[in-house]
Design a protein around this ligand. Sequence first.
Ligand SMILES: *Cc1c(COP(=O)(O)O)cnc(C)c1O
Length: 214
Amino acid sequence: MLAAIERHQPAVIFLAYPNNPTGNLFSATAILEIIKAANGLVVIDEAYAPFADASFINALDHYDNLLVMRTVSKLGLAGLRLGYLIGHPLIIEQLHKIRLPYNINSLTQLSADFALSNKALFDRQTQAICAERAVVLKQLNELPGITAYPSAANFILFRTPKGKATDIFMSIKQQGVLIKNMSAQGGLLSDCLRVTIGKPEENKAFLTALMNAK
Ligand SMILES: *Cc1c(COP(=O)(O)O)cnc(C)c1O
């Protein structure tokens, strides 16, 4: 990435932290090196931050070219359509010029205010999801032929036996459980599926469907 920055001098670099669809956190030291090497802006997309113990918000004081992007979507409020960006006032001031007037409606603003005043409830929910994530990861990795990758998000990416991902995806779907087929994207995602962590009974239904998949 450092070599690519040197060669292309990009105006903007986007990094997802945690990453989607892999769920991993890149090394924070490596990201800091990118921020320091970049002549342009570095936008860290922290959509999945509620499920991770990490953030670049505290680095904002030290790097003027750093912007942190968040959303309330993955907290279970995707219907609000509210995201936010944190960064140096001089950059935010420029972005205000291209923002549409009234781009965030009053009901969304009120709802977000109400939601944030009840943060403890959302924290309990994300903690429950993280606890379930550990259970599902362990059980996935106990299944023959399945390799599940550690995740700092509310989903888990897992690898199925070669050439089997789409059959397994379809079979799980026929059993009433919808997950995400990443295999079609090819490359490193070949043979990979992605499951979103749900309630304990939903996770159980998924694991049962996967075990019975043909
Ligand atoms: C979901 C998601 C977003 C933002 O979603 P919105 O619902 O449009 O706020 C941004 N980045 C990543 C990586 C996401 O998964």
